[in-house]
Write a protein that binds this ligand. Structure first.
Ligand code: FMN
Length: 362
């Protein structure tokens, strides 16, 4: 047996055994990914300052300095303003339409506070405070989707923090590389969450071609070892994955949602701007279908649309109404048929990728 084909530059840069980055909102999944030899990145965009600080400390106790934190920092969020103030700027036509949808589907009112409001994208002050915590805690790696403020690059560099930019187009990749990103994640159309319009298979080699020495990690639709092998063949140094962890045993996703995800195929996902005002891939759900009807008012820009959606989503989640709920899910979801532990998933991805790559040269 020759050299391990999975021992890539990414493994050396992040000191990991397999070239797999695990994006998750669940710290138990993150810790398990580390134990399995992958690199965890914890999504903290929806968390408040105390929660971010708590999660960083919790994870650091378990994985040392081998982790990253991801924030979503849209450049065009309003500078100031509480959610309450921003909500007052939403036109009555939109508020009425949202109420109609809630009424039509009997969406219960949220039980407590609407957690989804605490998004850095709602307010640049919140985003700055979130970043400040990551800088103060000297998080080893910071990942950002939807761009990043200039000061983050300077301050991260000064503290030796690695910066990773998630991009959905070659143009964005070039911009982030020019600004000094240490690594880019080429996130294709297939991916869960905010995506661009170019598929992973086209996007990855296009970005690899213009990235020079900057490592490119592939994301979007990667749920099997064959996908991992293909990503390396496209020139990526590894993969960045989200959907594949959602149904893991350690994941804190609601069991009724896990069941729905395990029963879903790629075509059960939709790319819609009706949640946040920015296009994202999620499992189909009534809110998106209604806002896409011709009689619906035009979708508002971020963060206003998100403020409207939050009430619906929180009500649906609190009541555990699987028929109303959604989740960010990528097109590779059809390969998930059973719940496995994070360790088993890492072993399966790596094992199948090695087997696939070896079979090419046998
Ligand atoms: C439930 C879920 C939530 C996500 N939220 C974020 C997020 O807050 N920030 C972010 O940069 N990416 C987010 N993503 C996208 C992932 O970072 C990643 O790019 C994507 O999951 C890759 O595609 P895949 O799901 O097909 O593996 C999310 C993905 C999932 C599955």
């Amino acid at each position: 047996m020759g050299q391990d084909p999975l021992s890539t530059r990414l493994c050396r840069a992040l000191q990991i055994d397999v070239p797999i980055i695990c994006f998750t909102h669940c710290r138990e999944v993150a810790a398990a990914a580390h134990r399995a030899g992958a690199f965890p990145v914890l999504g903290e965009a929806l968390r408040n300052m105390e929660e971010i600080e708590r999660d960083i400390r919790w994870l650091r106790e378990r994985v040392g300095n081998q982790f990253g934190v991801d924030l979503v920092l849209p450049a065009r969020a309003p500078r100031q303003g509480s959610v309450k103030e921003l909500a007052q700027e939403i036109p009555a036509t939109h508020r009425n339409f949202a109420s109609q949808v809630e009424k039509k589907f009997n969406v219960p009112a949220p039980v407590g506070n609407v957690d989804l409001h605490q998004w850095g994208g709602n307010n640049q002050k919140v985003a700055r405070d979130q970043i400040q915590i990551l800088l103060e805690e000297r998080v080893p790696l910071i990942a950002t989707g939807l761009g990043a403020p200039e000061f983050l690059f300077d301050e991260a560099r000064a503290r030796g923090i690695k910066l990773v930019a998630l991009v959905g187009s070659t143009r964005q990749a070039i911009r982030q590389i020019d600004r000094g990103a240490d690594m880019v994640v080429a996130q294709g159309y297939d991916a869960a969450g905010h995506t661009g319009g170019v598929g992973t298979f086209s996007l990855v080699p296009e970005i690899v071609k213009c990235a020079g020495d900057v490592p490119v990690v592939a994301a979007g639709g990667i749920t099997t070892g064959r996908h991992l092998a293909a990503a390396l063949c496209l020139g990526a140094v590894g993969v960045w994955t989200g959907t594949v962890w959602l149904t893991s045993k350690e994941s804190d996703v609601d069991p009724i949602m896990k069941k729905r995800i395990l029963a879903s195929a790629g075509e059960d996902t939709t790319r819609t701007n009706t949640i946040s005002g920015k296009t994202m891939r999620v499992l189909r759900f009534p809110w998106a279908d209604e806002w896409e009807q011709p009689e619906a008012p035009p979708v508002l820009k971020s963060p206003y649309q998100m403020i409207l959606t939050s009430k619906y989503l929180q009500g649906a989640n609190d009541a555990r109404r699987a028929d109303l709920m959604t989740e960010a899910v990528g097109q590779g979801v059809g390969f998930l048929k059973e719940s496995f532990s994070v360790g088993e998933i890492v072993d399966e991805l790596a094992g199948q990728a090695r087997q696939t790559l070896h079979s090419l040269v046998e």
